[in-house]
Design a protein around this ligand. Structure first.
Ligand SMILES: [Zn+2]
Length: 62
């Protein structure tokens, strides 16, 4: 699942237990050991790209 932090930036969280602690070496959840699927990674990358696009929009003068 993908959370949005208070700053509006997306954060990747575990689909199974909802925690946000991933071991980047093994791509698995610290809490329950569930792996991050390629689909989750793709969704997270898309969310990051959307967030970056929104930041760019905000940064433009009206
Ligand atoms: Zn988990």
């Amino acid at each position: 699942m993908i959370f949005t932090n208070p700053a509006g930036a997306p954060e990747l969280a575990c689909d199974h237990c909802g925690c946000r602690w991933y071991d980047r070496m093994t791509n698995a959840c610290y809490e329950c050991g569930e792996a991050v699927t390629p689909q989750m990674e793709a969704e997270f990358k898309q969310a990051l790209a959307d967030f970056a696009a929104r930041q760019n929009e905000k940064g433009k003068p009206a």
